[in-house]
Ligand binder design. Structure first.
Ligand code: F6P
Length: 323
């Protein structure tokens, strides 16, 4: 392998820049060239390729976002789009790819590898932490720390006004951000519809739980369950418990930005280096991840199996501690 094409795709995540830096420095160490591709699969189709050197990644480790920019490409989901991308890959003499992103990115990578035989290694870059084959995804640790900083602030005002706050966090269809931040903020309730943790439990607690609480925080995962999102849950709470002063707060995209934590930087450095060395060793269609502190490779096919399992014993602890 002489020339690796590198891109970020899907939602950005803090730590993507640290991963880009690790890929480039490791590749150069092994005398392999790196070609950057801007805006993920969109840039691949449009031929937005450029050579990247050692200096092109100086001082980016601490920056959120992605210097390669990112996009969600509808074109690449179609065979014609992938064919157009392949023409560009050939034109720029790229003979392997490293894709940093989440499940959508890896679905595309798998199809591309199957159709054109180009080896692709994926790095898990998403705040959602919803991939099989890694304990944590790059960006998750920063995002959950952003959430707890925000919720701690909400707690201050909730406490001052004796209010209940419904706080919606990201995660698409995974409750990984919700349960961990719920535990870490001492939330009085967590609602993750897709894991069957609905409003019933919350209602039960509000009815039968300790009455003299001065503030209450309920973390709701954004996943589109039957419960209908934070505003709908807020409406139901107001209707059933009119004596509670209830507010809704949606944290939104602040969860995607900011300087990556030490954990995310280290994860990105290790996985970026592992991805390059995996290509040199002959891996072809796998995601690099870390499980129990060891680097492991998982075929894309398995990595994209949505991982939303939340150990019930953890939720028990959340409940027990916030009584
Ligand atoms: O996958 C990352 C994520 O932030 C999800 O948590 C969220 O559902 C989605 O992306 C939002 O995407 P967009 O920024 O395209 O609206």
């Amino acid at each position: 392998i002489k020339n690796i094409g590198l891109f970020t795709s899907g939602g950005d995540a803090p730590g993507m820049n640290a991963a880009i830096r690790a890929v480039i420095r490791t590749a150069l160490f092994h005398d392999v060239e790196v070609t950057g591709i801007r805006r993920g699969y969109e840039g691949m189709i449009n031929g937005d390729f450029f050579p990247m050197g050692r200096r092109s990644v100086s001082n980016i480790m601490q920056r959120g976002g992605t210097i390669l920019k990112t996009a969600r490409s509808a074109q690449f989901r179609r065979p014609e789009g992938r064919q157009a991308a392949y023409e560009q890959v050939k034109k720029f003499n790229v003979d392997a790819l490293i894709a940093i992103g989440g499940d959508g990115t890896f679905r595309g990578a798998k199809a591309f590898n199957e159709e054109f035989g180009i080896p692709v290694i994926g790095l898990p870059g998403t705040i959602d932490n919803d991939l099989v084959g890694t304990d944590f995804t790059i960006g998750y640790d920063t995002a959950i720390n952003t959430v707890i900083n925000a919720v701690d602030k909400i707690r201050d005002t909730a406490e001052s006004h004796d209010r209940l706050f419904i706080v919606e966090v990201m995660g698409r269809d995974s409750g990984m951000i919700a349960w961990r931040t719920g535990m870490a903020t001492g939330a009085e309730g967590i609602i993750i519809p897709d894991a069957n943790i609905g409003v019933d439990k919350l209602f039960d607690r509000l009815e039968n739980g300790r009455k003299n609480k001065t503030s209450r925080i309920v973390i709701v995962s954004e996943c589109e369950g039957e419960e209908g999102g934070a505003f709908e849950i807020g409406r139901q709470v107001k209707e059933k418990f009119p004596h509670l002063d209830t507010r809704v707060s949606i944290l939104g995209h602040i969860q995607r930005g900011g300087s990556p934590t030490c954990m995310d930087r280290v994860l990105a450095c290790r996985l970026g280096a592992a991805a390059v060395e995996a290509l040199l060793e002959g891996y072809k269609c796998d995601m690099a991840g870390i499980i129990n502190n060891n680097v492991v490779f998982t075929p894309f096919e398995r990595a994209i199996k949505h991982n939303s399992e939340i150990d019930p014993s953890l939720l028990r602890i959340v409940e027990m501690l916030s009584l």
